[in-house]
Structure formats: structure tokens, C-alpha cells
Design a protein around this ligand. Structure first.
Ligand code: 5AD
Ligand code: SF4
Ligand code: FES
Length: 361
């Protein structure tokens, strides 16, 4: 048995094991991918769940150094969907049996915004007789806001920790009170306490990030006992401060390959959580999302944002699905899922089995 196979046979991976696995070359990694594929087949099956993605607004009060829609970037026209546009997208998701949507936006915590989200949640529940599940991805908020939104009908929340190393976090964000690692961690704890299924994730291939950091990210997910994950390669954006470090990055292919390994290893480590095949994977490799499905992912997010806004929600360069209407994106993703040998779990909420189990105890 070669060293990679030996590690893969272990019950739990140590930090050193993860560093070795993440360092495996393309040939050795085949074993990792095979194992992840087998675990997915056995534990989560062939069903891939759709989460219709509504990019509600690109107003953001923050200034993360990596992100294209940071407050400091004046190149984008700022928008917010009208209520009708949100309901239109909701109707599309509901009528097409998506069973679940994600409302994502730049981060804002003013009362006007938090009230609006609460109103939209209640309307969505009413319109769909409580049948459409809603996941929120709206950043760090107060305990009260998280509770209000939960009571209004949102039961899942995605908040990426971005990087689990506090020192690295500092290098990627302004040094002010709006960008504190501790606050982000606290927000994850608040979400858990409020009853949400909690999803988090990281970017892969960032400047200054090491393999050891990525191993720690995987351990962070395990220790936090997350229900869902969304991870993808970091992709530079011209209008951001990190762009000047573009020459120090791994080549795009390398970042993609590392991202695939992160997905596969997380599937091996956390067998029954939901893992997204993220859009950023596809911006590097045209078959990126299928590849992620083949090594363990089981969630896809077809874009339902009205096409006229999409040019203004570019967090990174080369983002796919900019001109495709909801219908095209849905058929396209459906085809991709079939190519990966899976099928769409239409009409099923596709809750994280992991969450279900934890709450039975
Ligand atoms: N490359 C890849 N992912 C990015 N995100 C933000 N900027 C980038 C980038 N340049 C991710 C962050 C954020 C999510 C919505 O998008 O992880 O949480
Ligand atoms: Fe705002 Fe999120 Fe982008 Fe940071 S990553 S600037 S919080 S949209
Ligand atoms: Fe969106 Fe193909 S994945 S159009």
C-alpha cells in the first residue's frame, strides 16, 4: 500500500495526514477521489439538490480585500431587487419544483434591510404555503436579527468563515471593527444557537494561504460540526486590493485541483453533510461543477437573479452564468448533473442529514 492509501484507511485524519493528502499529486489523488466518490454513493446517494440562487442586492457595507462588490469598488452600479422581482424568482423556483432557494446579498445590517428580509421571508412562506425552504446568506448579524429571520421562515444559513486562521484573516480584511475574525466565529455560533442548519466554507488558493492553513480549515469544519459547506477557488478581481498579489498565486489549474481535493476530503471526513459544487469551480474549468459532484458534492445553485443585474454581482472574474436566464441555467445544470452520473432531487428539501441526526440525539 502506498502512503496515501494508508492514510485513507484511517478512521480519523490528523493534521499531518491532511497535509500529506492535500499535497498528493494528480496521480496519487485518484485514490482520494475514488474514496470520496464511494462514500458519496453510499451515504448521500445520487440525488443532487437544487437551491435557486437569488442575488438580492450588491450593496455591501464591508471591504473584504478579495471581493469585487466591496463597498470601495465604485465600478459597479448598486442594485436591490424589487419585491416583485424576488417573488417572480420564488415563483419560478416553486413551480419548477426546486423546493429550496438561497437569498444572498452584500452585507448590511440597517433596520430597513433586516425588516425587508423579514417581510420577504413571510411573503415567501405564505406564497408557497410553507413548502419552499429558504436559506439565507446575508452575512454577520445580531442575535435578534438571526432570530427574527428564523421565526419568519429561514432555517438554513450560509456564512463562510473565509479562512479559519485568524492571522490570515487579518491579512485579507481591513483592520477595523467591521472585519473581525472573532465576530465572524461568534456569528456562526449565534446561528447554531438560533436553530439554523449552518453552512460555512473557505476560499482556496488565496495569497499567503498555505497547505497547512487548508488542513486547519478542514479540521475547523469537523470541530464546528457543520451541516453544510461551500468552498471554491479564490479568483482574483481587478478592482480589489489583493489583485497586486496575483503573481504570487498558484496557477488557476492548481487552485482548481486543490479545491477538488478539499471537497473530496471533506466528504470523506464528514460523510453526511451537504456540500455545494460552487460556481467558482466552473469559472476555472468548464466542467468544474460536474467534477465537484463526482468527488463528493451534492448541492447546486442555479442562478435565478434577473439577468439585467448579474453584471453587477461579480465577486470575482470569469464568473459563469452571466447571460443565462433561469430556464437556461436550470437545463444546463440538469445536463451537468446527468453528465456526472447523478440526478436532480426535485421536490425534495434535501436537508443536511447530518443536521437531522444531530438533532435526534
Ligand atoms: N474569489 C472567490 N470567491 C470569492 N468570494 C468573494 N470574493 C471572491 C473571490 N475573489 C466568496 C467569499 C464569499 C462568497 C459569497 O464569495 O467566500 O463568502
Ligand atoms: Fe461584502 Fe461579502 Fe464581498 Fe465581503 S465578501 S465585500 S462581505 S459581499
Ligand atoms: Fe448556468 Fe450553465 S451553469 S448556464
Amino acid at each position: 500500500m502506498n502512503p496515501i492509501e494508508e492514510i485513507l484507511n484511517k478512521e480519523t485524519f490528523s493534521k499531518e495526514d491532511l497535509v500529506a493528502l492535500l499535497s498528493a499529486d494528480e496521480k496519487e489523488s485518484v485514490k482520494i477521489f475514488e474514496k470520496a466518490k464511494a462514500i458519496k454513493k453510499e451515504q448521500v446517494g445520487k440525488k443532487v439538490y437544487f437551491r435557486g440562487l437569488i442575488e438580492y442586492s450588491n450593496y455591501c457595507s464591508k471591504n473584504c480585500f478579495y471581493c469585487g462588490i466591496r463597498a470601495g469598488n465604485s465600478r459597479y452600479v448598486r442594485y436591490e431587487l424589487t419585491d416583485e422581482e424576488v417573488f417572480e424568482a420564488v415563483k419560478y423556483a416553486y413551480e419548477n419544483d426546486f423546493a429550496s432557494i438561497v437569498i444572498q446579498s452584500g452585507e448590511r445590517s440597517d433596520r430597513k434591510f433586516t425588516d425587508k428580509i423579514e417581510f420577504l421571508l413571510k411573503e415567501i412562506k405564505r406564497m408557497t404555503e410553507g413548502k419552499l425552504h429558504v436559506t439565507l446568506s446575508l452575512g454577520e448579524q445580531s442575535v435578534e436579527t438571526y432570530r427574527r429571520w428564523y421565526e419568519a421562515g429561514a432555517h438554513r444559513y450560509l456564512l463562510r468563515i473565509e479562512v479559519s486562521n485568524p492571522e490570515l484573516y487579518k491579512k485579507l480584511h481591513p483592520a477595523d471593527k467591521h472585519h473581525r475574525y472573532e465576530d465572524r466565529l461568534e456569528a456562526l455560533r449565534r446561528l447554531r444557537a438560533a436553530g439554523y442548519q449552518v453552512g460555512t466554507g473557505v476560499m482556496i488558493g488565496l495569497p499567503f494561504q498555505t497547505i497547512s492553513d487548508l488542513a486547519d480549515d478542514l479540521i475547523f469544519f469537523r470541530d464546528f460540526d457543520i451541516d453544510m459547506a461551500g468552498m471554491g477557488p479564490y479568483i482574483e478581481h481587478e478592482d480589489t486590493p489583493l489583485y497586486k498579489f496575483r503573481h504570487e498565486l498558484l496557477p488557476l489549474r492548481g487552485r482548481f485541483f486543490l479545491s477538488l481535493k478539499m471537497v473530496a476530503l471533506l466528504r470523506i471526513m464528514m460523510k453526511d453533510i451537504n456540500i455545494a459544487a460552487t460556481t467558482a469551480m466552473q469559472s476555472i474549468d468548464p466542467a468544474g461543477r460536474e467534477k465537484a459532484l463526482m468527488v463528493g458534492a451534492n448541492v447546486m445553485m442555479p442562478n435565478l437573479t434577473p439577468v439585467k443585474y448579474r453584471q453587477n454581482y461579480l465577486l470575482y472574474e470569469n464568473k459563469p452564468c452571466i447571460d443565462e436566464e433561469a430556464e437556461e441555467c436550470k437545463s444546463c445544470l440538469e445536463a451537468r448533473i446527468h453528465l456526472a452520473g447523478d440526478e436532480v432531487g426535485y421536490g425534495e428539501w434535501g436537508d443536511s442529514r447530518h443536521f437531522g441526526k444531530r438533532n435526534e440525539i
